[in-house]
Design a protein around this ligand. Sequence first.
Ligand code: BG6
Length: 514
Amino acid sequence: MSVDPHVYGAGGLGQGKRPHGCVLTIFGASGDLTRRKLIPALYNLALERRLPERFAVIGYARSEMTHEVFRSKMREAVSQFSRTGLKDESVWNDFAANLYFIPGSYDESNGYRQLQDFVGGFDRGSRVPPIRVFYLALPPDLYAPVIEQLAAIGLAAKENARDGRTRVVIEKPFGTDLETARELNRRVHEVLDENQVYRIDHYLGKETVQNIMVFRFANAVFEPIWNRRYVDHVQITAAESVGVENRGGYYEDAGVVRDMFQNHLLQLFCLTAMEPPVAFSADAVRDEKGKLLRSVRPIFVDDVARIAVRGQYGPGKFAGNEVKGYRQEPGVANGSNTETYAAIKLFIDNWRWEGVPFYLRSGKRMAKRVSEIAIQFKRPPLLLFRSCAVDDVNPNVLVVRIQPDEGISLTFEVKPPGPDICVSPLSLDFNYEEGFGSAPPEAYETLLEDCIEGDSTLFTRHDWVESAWSLMDPIIQAWRRTAPKDFPNYEAGSWGPKEADEFMQRDGRRWRRP
Ligand code: BG6
């Protein structure tokens, strides 16, 4: 199947307007995120002519570096990490000519003065006031201090207007629990209006994740069955084959609930289950996501053992190689009790979803890297197929494959050729690459473009972050209160702990093995 390419490829939901000029400052420019994601994404936007006509990037970090050294490091980063490699030397040269570096500290004023001079100079060379984006690719304890320094030097202030020109992008994690998230929101809002704040969740920039809304609300056939009358349950999986790699220090405190559930999994959950928004605008979409989270049946610390399972990977094998257990990873304590796997069952107390369980699971070092949303429909009445074993009649499953092998499939039962009336599953399959002739763009391309254009639909609003923490906090607290008895309880390269399978069996269901 092929698709009209003209409708594909633009950033986000296309609500924003490309400004004439933009200066984007990356705080944390010597870090991994800048090298692996941000600069390669900006280069690809340049390649596709999706950046403003006047555009400059300033890398800001503590290390001393000349513009030239920064440019050559970023050139290497693009060759290594951009999805197109360094495809076009002349595009790179134009891009690099507008790439600068300013050394400075984050929580003291030195460096900010130079930044102010640069940004002011860029303004003077523009016909219309350019957009200013400040990207905080920093450890979370620096978010508020940097915003406060920007305010002190006059580079950030409240702009009530929707089309204000100063925007601040804040990476995850936004707080470590409800209290810290509230405090951070409070400090951010002392300097900025909410419409200037772009809290990033890179899952929302994935093409397949954006497609959930289009698929649900642009097709009339699915909406009538998207509810408790037809859906048996939903499974949302984000399985990773990698371990914690070199992030042991961060992960020890975070664990899988903070790292994956409070943000990415709950976002997927909201897009799957929310009501249709009144418009495809930032606030309308985010209002619906907020309402959905507020309809989730609250979790109490004492319930956690019933509705959630935790796990930690031990040594095992992946792709034929021996791999370390979590406790053997660098930066991880020998007797660590941090969870690297969790499965959580949520119920939504609203008219559409009453009684339908949503099972969310995520883990590191699992058998396969796969993220998907599977809507399993109820079984049909079986009277007609008595000669088949019950298990042979599979329920219909609609799967949105987030990654890899991005696409959507719907399984249904057919009669295989032959004299007997029996049933066998087949699927209708849509694959992005086949459909559109190319792999989807990187999430950071979409999100950076949206931010430059002032479209915050795919960014997280302050109330959502707080609701997400208040849902997840009791689980984190319950697991801190009682140490696990059996960690590590799943082998690296497996599908998670056996308790997770038993957890599903108790509900008469089983996990998919995508
Ligand atoms: C990040 C987490 O937010 O998402 C990582 O901090 C995780 O631990 C990553 O590996 C997964 O992202 P993706 O796009 O590879 O699924």
